[in-house]
Structures are given as C-alpha cells and as structure tokens.
Design a protein around this ligand. Structure first.
Ligand SMILES: C[C@](O)(C(=O)O)[C@H](CC(=O)O)C(=O)O
Ligand SMILES: [Mg+2]
Length: 295
C-alpha cells in the first residue's frame, strides 16, 4: 500500500527503543519529502528544527512562528514516514499553561518528543550573541508542566539550556542537573564552544545528552562516533540538508534566469523516476486499481 494509506509513525515508543539500542543520529527534516529521503538514507529518527520551520517561510528564528504552524508541519511529516520525529518547541510558545497545550498538540501531531529551552521571549538562535535566559525556576515550572501534560509517558521531554553563552559552562551544568531533577528525560546544552567543553559537560551531567551539531555556530563539528565516545546519546544536524537545499536552489534559480534553459543543470536534478521511486508512486496507482477492482 502507499505511504499515504499505510504509514504508521513509530512515535514516542519507537524513539525510546532507539534510545535503549544506542547512539541516535538525527538529521533535520523539514517536510514530507525530506523526511522520506532521510529515512531512505538509513536514519532512524528525524528532527524538526524551529529555524527550518521559520526558514521555509522565509522568516527568522525569532519566535515569529506559532504552535499551530509547527504542529501542522509535524503532522505532515509523521503522516508520511515511520521514523520518530523530535520537535523544536522553542520556549514552549508561552508560559506554563502554554507549555501544557504545546505538549498535547505536538503529541497529537505524532511527535516522539520535543525540546524546551530556557531563553526569554523573543528567543533567538542559540549560537548568536545577545541571548537572555530565564531564572532556573521559571524553566523548572515549564518542565514540570510538560511532563505532567503528556498523555503518553514515552513522549520525550528534552530540556535545553542556553546558559553557556550567557553565564558560562558551570551555570549550564548546574541548570542541566536541576532540569533532570525536575523530570526532563534528556538534556541539550546549547552552544558549547570546544571539544573540552563537550567532554566536561558529559562528565558533569548524568542523563541522556543531546549534542547540537549545527553549522556556522559556536560549537565545533564533532562526528557521531566521537560524541558517542564522549558520552552523548544522540546528535541533531538541524539544518544541514536545509542549508544544502538553499544553496542548490540559489544556484538553480540563478543559472536558469541567466541562461534561459535548464540544460546546463540536468546533473543537479533528481530524475522523475528517482523521485517517483522515493515517494513510492507505483503504490498509489496500485491502491487505486485495487479500489476500482473492488467496486
Ligand atoms: C537547533 C536550533 O534551535 C534549530 O532551530 O534548528 C538552532 C539551529 C541554528 O540556528 O543553527 C539553534 O541552535 O538555536
Ligand atoms: Mg531552534
């Protein structure tokens, strides 16, 4: 059957199983087709970046997108691919009551889990200067709200601290430990600045840890193999495929405009048959035939 009829997303339970099985490499996916391509490349989970949700709309990562817009994107992805999806919920779209609604809506959209961060609104990319963070108590209230609001106990609550760039790594470690005590399942320390900091953080925080391998930021790019050795449980590559897509689109539009024909671009294009094979086109025709045969 086609993905449209047949797909069941493995969701929170699937993600918990991956966590038990070992290190999880999680690429950013930003729509149905990118999720299919990531899955077919071999990835077992995907990440929906807040920056990508905004970026696809041509908007900055400054809390200008809404919860329903994010949930709609999640639902598009989880309805077409089985791989569990971790969602960037920024600051939870408000205060504790909003966090509760965020958890319920993202759960219903099929997400496997989400991360909440301790920035003040309007938040910004964790790798930029000039961030502001809330007091740990404010964040702890949000974590409690999130864990108490999930209907599925497997829904993964990831607490992200942005403290490293604001107060230094020791505050990030202290906050991370208090966020675990508050019930977070996984800790995401944003914008660590060296291999040594990644190592120190892993030694000082005893919980499953997520490493953010975003490009052009403050963190070194460390391989999944090295992160695993350091004690990390998972890594996200939030915008890698998105950035590659942007660069390709820039090249294609530029050349097409200048040359008035795409003949010089054919090598860069996925063929019709490869695209059809990726989405399982034939299955849709088979589905339809089956229905017509029965009627
Ligand atoms: C992970 C992140 O929150 C995202 O939205 O993808 C961003 C990534 C980026 O801007 O490079 C972040 O690290 O804040
Ligand atoms: Mg983000």
């Amino acid at each position: 059957m086609s993905r449209m009829r047949d797909n069941v997303n493995l969701g929170p339970r699937g993600f918990r199983e991956l966590m038990k099985a070992g290190f999880i490499s999680i690429p950013g996916v930003f729509d149905g087709i990118s999720a299919i391509l990531a899955e077919r490349a071999g990835f077992k989970a995907g990440y929906l970046s807040g920056s990508a949700v905004a970026g696809v709309m041509g908007l900055p990562d400054l809390s200008v997108t809404t919860l329903t817009e994010v949930a709609f994107e999640v639902q598009k992805i989880t309805s077409i691919t089985p791989i569990p999806i971790i969602v960037d919920a920024d600051t939870g779209f408000g205060e504790t009551m909003n966090v509760s609604r965020t958890v319920r809506l993202l759960e219903r959209s099929g997400a496997a889990g989400m991360h909440l961060e301790d920035q003040v609104l309007p938040k910004r990319c964790g790798h930029l200067n000039g961030k502001k963070i809330v007091e740990p108590d404010e964040m702890i209230k949000k974590i409690i709200s999130a864990t108490q609001s999930r209907k599925d106990p497997d829904f993964v609550i990831i607490a992200r601290t942005d403290a490293r760039s604001v107060n230094g790594i020791d505050d990030a470690i202290e906050r991370a430990n208090s966020y675990i005590e508050a019930g977070a399942d996984v800790i995401f320390s944003e914008a660590l600045e060296s291999h040594d900091e990644f190592r120190k953080f892993a030694k000082s925080v005893k919980a499953p840890l997520l490493a953010n391998m975003t490009e052009f930021g403050k963190s070194p790019l460390i391989s999944t193999e090295d992160l695993e050795k350091m004690g990390y449980s998972m890594a996200i590559f939030p915008l890698t495929a998105f950035r590659a897509t942007l660069k390709t689109m820039e090249t294609v539009y530029g050349k097409l405009f200048r040359e008035g024909t795409q003949t010089g671009l054919m090598d860069m294009l996925m063929t019709r048959s490869d695209f059809y094979s990726n989405i399982g086109y034939q299955q849709y025709e088979n589905d339809e035939r089956e229905i017509l045969d029965r009627s």
